[in-house]
Design a protein around this ligand. Sequence first.
Ligand SMILES: *[C@@H]1O[C@H](CO)[C@@H](O)[C@H](O)[C@H]1NC(C)=O
Ligand SMILES: *[C@@H]1O[C@H](CO)[C@@H](O)[C@H](O)[C@H]1NC(C)=O
Length: 356
Amino acid sequence: MPLGLSRCLPRHRSYILLEPLEGSQPQKPGLFHIVLASTFVISVVLNLVYLLRITHAPPSPLNDYQQLKNAPFLNTSAVPPPSEDAWRGAAIVTTIFSDSYAPAVATLGHSLRRVNTSARLVLLYLPSKVSPKALCLATSSGFVAHPIERIPPPADGRGMNQHFIDQYTKLRLWSLDTLSEPITSLVYIDSDTLVLHNFDELFSLPYNFAARLHARLQRRRPLLRPDSRVFDSLRAALNIARYPPEYAEQAFLNQYFATDALRLPLAYNGNIAIKRRAPEVWDSLQGEMRIIHYTLTKPFISHSWKDVPLDRIEERVRKAATENGGLYREEMLQWGDMWRETRRVYADRLRECTVY
Ligand SMILES: *[C@@H]1O[C@H](CO)[C@@H](O)[C@H](O)[C@H]1NC(C)=O
Ligand SMILES: *[C@@H]1O[C@H](CO)[C@@H](O)[C@H](O)[C@H]1NC(C)=O
């Protein structure tokens, strides 16, 4: 509260009268004081209104989830099968920008093979950041590696979360129609994910861009159609788009596709953060969840984002299972099981990686 304000509030006036400044008369409130007092009162009222609005918000489907429906969200017999040609150009793509994610990519590849996806698996990597040994491990279970060139962040990365400094490189997804075996439609998934059920139905969508919502309502791009003309347009738009820089390319793509993004069901992004924020929503997704996304805690890198040597990953999984009060125990152990299976199924290939 500004100092002068207390003098014109009735309950304080008597206090001031107890200690009048020498030779001064008790003051009558001037215009200045009246304005200050009114500002104070208005701000109290506005704060109360704001508080009431957040505590008495109308129910929303996710914050106040109710299990009302009883049919699955997808009718598989209504999904038109893509033509053979379309399958040739279909890919599931992920990226690796550091060695520490190699075990995650290997495990993800195995989980995709297990659900019999018809799309090919493509791993984009930055040659300067990924060692041959890590690449060998990451591609052991089916991903085929393609080097790409980094795209630096606009404005030298000012205002950006430093975690996302290489993420503009992902715009290269739109240029993959120029590969010797062109990719014409792709589903992008982060490498810190595990696939639980086949999601090939996404390749039957006619849209150019479909996304699932992520925490903070940032859209993630799971389905898109590579097209070099779009790639050029995206790069040109980078210089003029207005968006919050801290969320990097995701916020940019939100701004670029704006009204045109198809919103996908939450089952395509089982972000473990949902389990903490809305446990009923998480429970309702079980059985239909296609992809589980290890955002807050990762079973393959340490809590402080450090590399874990291969022979200590199982130990890390057990540790991750106890973090957050054991909230993600099931999900961490699930990843650990898949990692163990990956090591068993692809043992011969993995042995070849030890020569590096
Ligand atoms: C699924 O789609 C098929 C073909 O469009 C339709 O015949 C069938 O009734 C649908 N099933 C359900 C459970 O809605
Ligand atoms: C994948 O294909 C194999 C071999 O055809 C089959 O045994 C297996 O059950 C399939 N898995 C799923 C999840 O459909």
